[in-house]
Design a protein around this ligand. Structure first.
Ligand SMILES: [Zn+2]
Ligand SMILES: [Zn+2]
Length: 99
C-alpha cells in the first residue's frame, strides 16, 4: 500500500503507520498518540491462491482451471489444477490471501 493512502491521525494529526494486516481490515496506529484506527476493506472476500511449482508463483484460484479438489493428509484442501501460465498440471494447498 502506498504511504499516501494513509491518512494522518484523526486525533492529533500525527503520522499513522499500518500495524496489522488482517483479511478484512487494516489497522493503523498513530506514532504520536498511539491512537489506533481500523479500516475495513471494501472487498473483504479473500482470494484463494494456489501454487505452481514450475512457475514458482502463486495464482488466484479464479484464474486457474480446476481439475480436482481433495482433502490432504492434514485435512487441508489440495487442489489439482492447470496452471494458467505454463499449462502444466499442478497440485497445491489452497491459501487465503488478501485481495
Ligand atoms: Zn495521534
Ligand atoms: Zn505454472
Amino acid at each position: 500500500m502506498p504511504p499516501t493512502d494513509i491518512h494522518p491521525c484523526p486525533k492529533c494529526g500525527g503520522k499513522m503507520i499500518e500495524t496489522i494486516e488482517e483479511i478484512d481490515h487494516d489497522r493503523f496506529t498513530c506514532l504520536v498518540c498511539r491512537y489506533t484506527w481500523a479500516r475495513f476493506l471494501k472487498s473483504a472476500r479473500p482470494v484463494i491462491k494456489v501454487y505452481c511449482s514450475k512457475c514458482v508463483e502463486w495464482f488466484s484460484e479464479e484464474t486457474v482451471r480446476v481439475e480436482n479438489i481433495e482433502e490432504g493428509f492434514d485435512g487441508a484442501d489440495v487442489l489439482t489444477f492447470h496452471c494458467p501460465r505454463c499449462a502444466s498440471i499442478q497440485r497445491s494447498n489452497r491459501i487465503t490471501a488478501k485481495r
